[in-house]
Write a protein that binds this ligand. Structure first.
Ligand code: FAD
Length: 326
């Protein structure tokens, strides 16, 4: 029987998320003779499955159950245990996202299977499999050899290109039944927080707010800049600690990893734990009043000065340009 690599499909606002397509690219690298299976959990996923048939997977497996309609730790973990028992795969692969981080350690411990998390690259060398991942707050990159045929893998977002659609639809779709004990905690509802910024991972322009914004007024200025230039707001832990914004917007080691076309870091010093989440940006502009701030070492453009003076000037220039760029 062929080995199987299972990818857990993730959704964002009811659309399959980019990390799932990145997982397909990672799975292709690991594939060898194995079969790639995309697992879609939820309710009424058949339409999505038909659309996803155009991607480079061998099979789509639907696991539909009312308790899986939205992500919740316990039902998802129970369903995955049941899928694992029934399909007996070699590798279970998904993103190092909020979902991946929440359930992969539980499954690894429960099934006694090694978990390699936040992996940035995979490489076969003479049939030996090597993985790399950041350790010690991103200061070092660890290279490890995988010595077991069966393992779990979560991949760092934006490290693989999203798989592209093919013209033909070759893969098959089938359903798998799972039993989920109704006594487990059930998700009753989700309420969106006022300040939550969605889709940071997919944003093309991100304006980053750091401790240098000082207070709510500073945060309002950052939001104004983002609105003016069509961007999304992300923050450093320094800004979260000020209590003016939500931790779900945090970028970095314990926050989100992003790769926008443009990142404007405002009042952010550039600690390594922040940089690991943002240095995949194509262009970085940093605004900081300290000319020696480490953020300037990774910035493409440095603006040394007070953000409370610079940001209004930038917005004014944006609305009424006085400089012509040829
Ligand atoms: C295990 C661990 C995980 C972590 N994970 C993360 C993470 O995911 N994300 C993250 O961001 N941090 C993380 N941190 C924290 C990180 O080490 C830094 O403490 C944090 O990033 C600092 O945030 P900051 O740059 O906003 O604040 P600071 O380091 O205090 O920098 C503020 C900057 O603003 C500038 N400034 C002040 N006023 C102005 C002004 N008026 N105009 C212009 N510039 C001004 C200052 O010159 C300074 O450079 C983590 C730490 C640990 C130990």
């Amino acid at each position: 029987m062929k080995d199987k690599i299972i990818i857990l499909g993730e959704y964002q606002q009811d659309k399959i998320s980019s990390i799932t397509l990145e997982c397909i690219s990672a799975a292709k690298q690991l594939q060898g003779e194995a079969e790639i299976i995309l697992l879609l959990m939820g309710e009424d996923r058949k339409k999505d499955a038909c659309e996803l048939q155009q991607y480079d997977v061998d099979q789509i497996v639907l696991v539909e159950h009312p308790l899986l309609s939205r992500f919740s730790n316990e039902p998802y973990a129970k369903a995955l245990l049941s899928v694992w028992d029934q399909l007996n795969p070699a590798i279970l692969l998904w993103g190092h996202t909020d979902i991946g981080k929440a359930i992969s350690p539980y499954l690894s411990e429960k099934l006694d299977i090694p978990l390699y998390s936040n992996v940035e690259s995979v490489e076969y060398n003479e049939k030996r499999l090597f993985l790399t991942r950041p350790v010690y707050s991103g200061k070092l990159i660890e290279k490890i050899e995988v010595n077991t045929p069966t393992f779990f893998l979560t991949i760092k977002p934006k490290k693989w290109k999203a798989s592209q659609k093919k013209l033909e639809r070759n893969c098959t779709i089938r359903s798998l039944k799972v039993k989920i004990d109704k006594s487990i905690p059930t998700l009753i509802g989700l309420e969106q927080k006022k300040q939550q910024t969605l889709n940071l991972e997919d944003a093309k322009i991100i304006v980053g707010a750091g401790r240098g914004i000082q207070n709510e007024e500073g945060f309002a200025l950052i939001n104004q800049l983002a609105k003016t230039i069509g961007g999304t707001v992300g923050v450093s832990r320094g800004a979260v600690e000020l209590g003016v914004c939500d931790a779900s917007m945090q970028l970095g080691q314990t926050g989100k990893t992003v790769a926008p076309d443009l990142y404007i870091a405002c009042g952010i010093s550039g600690a390594i734990q922040h940089l690991v989440g943002v240095t995949s940006a194509k262009t970085i502009i940093a605004i900081n009043k300290d000319p020696h701030a480490p953020i300037f070492e990774v910035a493409d453009y440095a603006i040394v000065g007070d953000l409370f003076e610079i940001i209004p000037a930038l917005m004014k220039e944006w609305d009424n340009p006085t400089i012509e760029i040829s």
